[in-house]
Ligand binder design. Structure first.
Ligand SMILES: C[S@@+](CC[C@H](N)C(=O)[O-])C[C@H]1O[C@@H](n2cnc3c(N)ncnc32)[C@H](O)[C@@H]1O
Length: 232
């Protein structure tokens, strides 16, 4: 049975991408919603990450709101599989960043690993507030010593020093994606280091490859696939 959020999400996709893409997008969305019922992430960890939020219902996004994908969370098992495809990692050398973190589900899951820092970045003030609340309420395991959520447009975000694992769940369209990839590239040129990009539901792999990232691994889950790149 469809609810009001479902209908709103469908109309937003239809307006943004046309009928064919809207049907594909909605099919994924609805499957993800079904999986949420089975996974019960929020029930297990005392958070609120599951409810989808249409981009059209968020205020204060600025010009890049037009290039944004609505909020819904990564499925826990698919995040684990994506991160695992990096293989052995000396977590404490890396800062983990979820660009377009929404309500912070992936921030919480990454914090279970002993990363040097775990950072979420989202341009919606409302979603950032929910994510910060989730970091406080989360009852799952936390090994990262620093976990924080920043309110910032990914296109304007300043890349931090040191080794990085960057996660993106298809957060934005080609305009923002191109700027983000250029910023990541510039940061690696300015300070050579290890930078891995975990791209879940990789809608624009050609942009990543054109930007000179090297494909290391690919995988597929029940919801979406993923691709893992390094930036050299
Ligand atoms: C599909 S959701 C992914 C949520 C989270 N990363 C996860 O996997 O659970 C995409 C998120 O990207 C955010 N987003 C879209 N464009 C953005 C931008 N230009 N800067 C920062 N966040 C953005 C949206 O607000 C939304 O929360």
């Amino acid at each position: 049975m469809l609810d009001r959020t479902d209908v709103r999400i469908f109309w937003q996709s239809l307006r943004a991408w046309g009928p064919r893409e809207a049907v594909i997008d909605f099919t994924h969305y609805y499957r993800a919603k079904r999986h949420e019922r089975a996974d019960r992430f929020d029930e297990r960890f005392g958070t609120e990450t599951s409810r989808m939020v249409g981009i059209g219902s968020l205020a204060g996004l600025g010009a890049n709101g037009a290039d944004a994908i609505h909020y819904w969370p990564t499925r826990e098992c698919e995040f684990t599989a994506t991160l695992d495809s990096l293989g052995e990692l000396d977590h404490d050398s890396f800062t983990f960043v979820d660009l377009g973190c929404g309500k912070g589900r992936v921030v919480l899951l990454a914090a279970a690993h002993p990363f040097r820092r775990v950072v979420g970045v989202d341009f919606s003030p409302a979603l950032v507030e929910v994510a910060r609340e989730n970091v406080i309420r989360y009852t799952g395991p936390v090994k990262a010593p620093v976990v924080r959520v920043e309110a910032c447009d990914a296109a304007e975000w300043v890349v931090p020093d040191g080794d990085l694992v960057i996660y993106m769940f298809n957060p934005f369209g080609p305009q923002v994606m191109t700027r983000v990839l250029a910023n990541l590239n510039d940061a690696v040129r300015a300070q050579p280091r290890r930078l891995y990009l975990l791209y879940y539901s990789p809608e624009y792999p050609e942009l990543v490859e054109e930007a000179g990232f090297r494909l290391l691994a690919e995988g597929s889950g029940e919801n979406w696939g993923w691709a893992v790149y390094s930036c050299q």
